[in-house]
Design a protein around this ligand. Sequence first.
Ligand SMILES: [Fe+2]
Length: 278
Amino acid sequence: MIQLVERQRPDFVVISGDLTQRAKPEQFREARAFVDRIEALGVPTLTVPGNHDVPLYRVWERIFNPYGCYRKHFSPELEPVYRDEELLVVGINTAFGWTIKDGRITLRRLLEVEKILRATPESVLKVVVAHHHLIPPPNFGTQEVLANAYEAIDLFSSAGVDLILSGHLHQAYIGSSEEFYPKGRPPVVILHSGTTTSNRGRGGEREANTCNWIEADGKSIVVSHYRWHHKLGRFAEHSRHWYPRQELVPYTLEGLEAPGRSREPVPARPPAAPTATI
Ligand SMILES: [Fe+2]
């Protein structure tokens, strides 16, 4: 992963939670050191906690100080916000001490996020990050989603969110909110990250390590799914997905050029890359 960051130099890295297995101090120190190596390359990062970052068996801590270790060893901010002229990334904490593994978005946080989104210019790429998923994972067995997911999708869609990122499932999904909540609203691109560094991949990604690489410009979002290839000894692009920016152009792929149809030689990466995430 560090080599991928060194090689491709993303503008930004998002880590969607579950930094640790059991929220132990040494695990947080290792996670912090890993993220420090990314930031040492000049790449800013944003992280939200996952359910594994809250102690499971240390019950007293779980009830009265669920984020103590996360705050002390990793980051004091549970719901960070990053913004620059081109990119807004809003973190949402969905992992709480009183639930074992299910997540929730609080209505308080939804109202805060709505204010942030509506105060941001239309041209800015708007990204929300929550550890737990907001749409049911296809072919996954359970169809559970986090509490208040429907309300969140409604709000994010109407407030012009371009991308919703999450983790938790250890299996990637790259798609759109309209596949699950078709209501005629503008669809939002939804990305679930697989597991990037652990051996706990599930479903089609059992024992696989994956991550998502995102590039965006004023008109489009291009998501590349990366998988670790043992033979190559590195992460390599596995599939590529094109989406229009919903707020800026009509929802159509017309005018976006598929790589195979291009008359020009296809570059290794589209040239405009104002934002990227892993
Ligand atoms: Fe999780």
